[in-house]
Ligand binder design. Structure first.
Ligand code: NAP
Length: 298
């Protein structure tokens, strides 16, 4: 990769997957600074920094974790609950710096674009999202087994949303013998679910979604599992919400109604950090090289 080897990159925060990305970039010849990780966790090819500003000094690109930048300008750190304030950086980098992150909150995307940074949200790239859906779906199986009092086999499972995560989840639970119904708003999407041998329900205005589920798995990043639906669920039902926080469930109502509802973000990093890290370590350098070859370097 001829462009990457000419640039300096700051890799900030995240978990072990970020370290794998940093190692891959260093192997490709980039000068790599890292911030937010203990020195014994990365190789000598990477320069560790104790200060965020030091790690980002004179770099061409900044790689932030797949969990993204939240509205407060924070990204996840490696320690449980640790958050790193990235906000001040967003006005301190030179124009045309490439910033790659899983996702930006709308507010910070606007700040970055206004400042003239080249912004790339890699969690939305199909090549990452589709592969990332595999450990996500396996994590959903793990949680279902932990929280359901019955087998997945022959259980009644509703999968809400049939995008990249929904499709993999529906396929996996179907393969395990669950009776899967896919709920989505577009009929062409439901046609594919039907072709796969799954039952379907169209989430259109006025439709009443059945409620006889042992497990409801939500992948829709909007409030779709509301109080009325939760109130109709059997008391032993489990709701597994995979959509990014805050998820698509009224968790307050679920608690009041005594329905077990679990928000489960970041499953790939939890259930298969090595696989999830390897896919990022392959995809991010490829995307970055493409950005650089399109003139993203300065
Ligand atoms: P995606 O491919 O964009 O699919 C999203 C699905 O939600 C689509 O079926 C979409 O329908 C539907 N949808 C969106 N807004 C809707 C609304 N207002 N009403 C009804 N349906 C709506 O996204 P994805 O890659 O599958 O990711 C889904 C969610 O999981 C995201 O929040 C993502 O960040 C999260 N995620 C979580 C984990 C984890 O570890 N828990 C891992 C990866 C991703 P249309 O096609 O009609 O728009």
């Amino acid at each position: 990769m001829k462009y990457i080897q000419q640039i300096a990159i700051a890799v900030i925060g995240g978990d072990s997957r970020q370290i794998m990305v940093a190692e891959a970039l260093a192997k490709l010849g980039a000068k790599v600074n890292i911030y937010g990780h203990q020195p014994d966790r990365f190789s000598g090819e990477i320069q560790g920094h104790a200060e965020l500003a030091g790690a980002c000094h004179d770099v061409n690109a900044v790689i932030l974790p797949i969990s993204g930048i939240n509205d407060q300008g924070l990204v996840r750190g490696d320690a449980p609950g640790q958050m790193i304030a990235i906000g001040p950086l967003m006005t301190a980098l030179p124009e045309a710096t490439i910033i790659m992150t899983g996702s930006f909150s709308a507010r910070w995307r606007e700040v970055a674009v206004r400042r003239g940074y080249l912004v790339y949200e890699y969690a939305e790239a199909d090549e990452i999202a589709i592969l990332n859906s595999i450990p996500t779906a396996e994590g959903a199986v793990q949680l279902a087994m932990e929280h359901m009092p019955i087998t997945i086999h022959h259980s009644r499972v509703a999968v809400m949303g049939f995008g990249r995560v929904g499709q993999t989840v529906a396929r996996l639970f179907n393969a395990l013998g669950a009776k899967v119904t896919v709920a989505a708003r577009r009929r062409e999407v439901l046609a594919r679910a039907w072709e796969m041998g799954l039952a379907t329900h169209c989430l259109e205005a006025g439709s009443v979604f059945p409620s006889d589920w042992d497990l409801v798995i939500n992948t829709i990043p909007a409030l779709v599992i509301g109080r009325e639906f939760l109130a109709r669920l059997p008391s032993e039902s489990v709701v597994l919400d995979l959509a990014s926080p805050p998820g698509g469930t009224d968790f307050e109502a679920a608690a009041e109604l005594n329905i077990k509802a679990i928000l489960a973000p970041g499953l790939p990093g939890k259930v298969a950090p090595k696989t999830a890290g390897a896919l990022l370590a392959t995809a991010i350098p490829e995307i970055l090289e493409k950005l650089l070859s399109n003139g993203g370097d300065r």
